[in-house]
Write a protein that binds this ligand. Sequence first.
Ligand code: ZN
Ligand code: MN
Length: 465
Amino acid sequence: MNLKTIIGLEIHVQLKTKSKMFCRCDNNAEGAAPNTLVCPICMGMPGTLPVANEKAIEWTLKTGLALNCQVAEFSRFDRKHYFYPDLPKGYQISQYDRPFCTGGFLEIDVAGDFKKIGIRRVHLEEDAGKLIHRGNATLVDLNRAGTPLMEVVSEPEINSPQEAKIFMQELRSILRYLDVSDADMEKGHLRCDANISISIDNKEGVPVEIKNMNSFRMVERALAYEEKRQKEEIEKGEKIEKETRGWVDAKGVTISQRGKEYAQDYRYFPEPDLPPYRPSKAFNIENLKQELPELPALKRKKYIEMGLSIQDAAVISIDKNMADYFEKVAEKVNPKLAANWVINELKSDGILNISPEDLAALLLKIESGEVSGKIAKEIFAEMRGNGKKPDEIIAEKGIKQIGGEEELVEIIEEVIKENEKTVADYKVGKKEALGFLVGQVMKKTQGQANPQLVNKLLKEKLGEN
Ligand code: ZN
Ligand code: MN
């Protein structure tokens, strides 16, 4: 029996437009008192009319383009009916059979293997309000009702929980590059539902939907749990039920929430209060394409060509600020050296009070052999503390600079003279003798020389290039 895991994701993204999707209410509800950012439209009062937020549509098209989708010739909003206390109209304005974007893909990097995951559609809808449970009472807060919500639906082409997590991380990265959402999963800006099934000998399996995954870790853990559960059922000869399950993080399990008998009939029909759209006429799609920033996948490839390892390229490209910073430093110094410093020294506390120009100035001193890596780290710590430039710190602290090769060569010659026996050992093939000599030079320079340069010059002096 050949079992294969098949996962499709549906991701809801809160767009960070200034106003809500169909009214002028402030869209930033963070920290606002309940029901203060509302109006008759987003409270669903009878007789009100929605007006679509143009920015939200533009951002949806941009996201679709970034995900290699086609922009629809013809598109419209539809009403999706269901009853829930946080949905005042009794329906959600969404899109059914005419989404704004279809047929794209997202490329993910699974430990150096690049894989394209199809994107079925990207559409736009409105968010519902929030229910707050207090003892026996349930309170309704409609601040979030009407927030623009973009829905990204993948094809069922994800084959492991790990791939699902990477897909989510890559999507978050793209959304942040596009600056259309804060895309913080913990804050609910990015919400993920998954369909997971196990195919048996290439025969389609029964999909189970999982909800309530609020972090990347939860996506991976919930899917791993469900993958194992379904495989065990199949191996026992049991049938998988088509159902919706919720992830209970504290217990590390999924539990059945509702079976197929509760399948909803949303009675979709075209929203009569909003005109249909021809997005490719309303927007200049070529311009939107031109406005897309260089996206993480492209940066990753560029960095690998610049000589970075796959891991380093991935770490830097996932975060736009870090990528921009790295590129400025790498303009002036060896990209590998720049990457090392940006990842190891900067990442821990973000970016920071040191300009890329100042960091590049410091790294240039390492490259030229003017200061050693060790001393550079001390200078760097000072820079971080007081924001001064490397040259100021060197002057202030009286750090002795080992000028150039000439000065080093003198010291090397001294060391060779003082260590005749070790030199002789080296010349008859005791390679470890070189390490001792390098150590002696470093001692004489009080650790301020560049060890690679000392190594190179010593070998030259000892007659080996
Ligand atoms: Zn409103
Ligand atoms: Mn939806």
